[in-house]
Design a protein around this ligand. Structure first.
Ligand SMILES: [Zn+2]
Length: 114
């Protein structure tokens, strides 16, 4: 199999396929090559800053919908498993979805309370 777009991560030194990186870019990201494992904490910190600034009044107009992607959810960014093993969607994911489902999600950014 031919690797077309392989680079070496400048942090961990592992080879990675650039075409597989599908992390949102809210702010400029490091220009030296980062594999997705090493890039994820940087993106996660940017997302946390973004989400911390969103209020129920701004949730629909915050601009997160432009980052919505088809494809599998990304652990730690779109969801996490809580200590009880429950699947919990993050406010980032709920903002990208762009509407409140009124199911009382733990991190509902729209201010819904059941
Ligand atoms: Zn790496």
């Amino acid at each position: 199999m031919q690797v077309l777009n392989s680079k070496i991560c400048s942090v961990c030194g592992h080879a990675f396929d650039v075409s597989r990186l599908d992390l949102p870019q809210l702010q400029p990201l490091p220009t030296d090559p980062h594999c997705s494992d090493c890039l994820k904490p940087i993106v996660k910190a940017q997302i946390e800053v973004f989400c911390a600034a969103v209020t129920p009044q701004t949730a629909l107009s915050c601009g997160a919908r432009r980052y919505a992607r088809k494809g599998p959810l990304i652990e730690e960014l779109d969801y996490y498993l809580d200590p009880d093993g429950k699947f919990v969607l993050t406010s980032w994911y709920l903002l990208k979805r762009g509407h409140c489902c009124q199911n009382g999600c733990r991190h509902c950014p729209y201010g819904f309370r059941p």
